[in-house]
Design a protein. Structure first.
Length: 159
């Protein structure tokens, strides 16, 4: 069977989900909010900052950044449901050899998997992305507490 190609093909416009082909026209492009934390040794990563997508931190000495509570993180997610997730990135913009360690807030679990070495630490001139997954919604009737699990997606060095 012979086919013809238009002189200026517009790729993706002839696909049809009705014909069992993928739709190629609408690629989601999420909005992010970049937050710069004040220099300091400790910080609370608020739910809004985490959901925003990118947090820059210049620690004074080594720092511990603690996540917001699971209840606040879930409240910041529109239409929250178990299994819903988002990614945020924490960037260490230190001016010296200073390390940021991420700690869990109430109801938050930091997933430990092999190798667990340095999963939740970020050195100077490094960034690390994290996947936050909602694992339980608060339900007073069944005495269930809000819960999220955070997975490290790896470290990237920049200079």
């Amino acid at each position: 069977m012979a086919t013809s190609t238009p002189a200026n093909p517009s790729y993706g416009t002839t696909f049809s989900p009705l014909r069992g082909e993928p739709a190629m026209g609408n690629v989601p492009m999420p909005f992010i909010t970049v937050t710069t934390l004040a220099a300091g040794t400790t910080a609370t990563l608020t739910a809004a900052e985490m959901v925003g997508g990118m947090i820059l931190h210049d620690p004074t000495g080594s720092a511990t950044d603690t996540t917001d509570t699971a209840a606040n993180i879930i409240a910041a997610c529109q239409g929250a449901a178990v299994g819903q997730s988002f990614v945020f990135t924490l960037v260490n913009i230190a001016d010296a050899s200073e390390v940021i360690t991420v700690a869990a807030g109430t109801g938050v679990t930091l997933a430990a998997y092999t190798p667990a070495t340095a999963l939740f630490t970020i050195g100077q001139n490094n960034l690390k992305s994290f996947r936050v997954v909602i694992t339980a919604l608060a339900d007073a009737g069944s005495n269930t507490a809000a819960a999220v699990t955070i997975y490290s997606l790896g470290t990237v060095a920049f200079a």
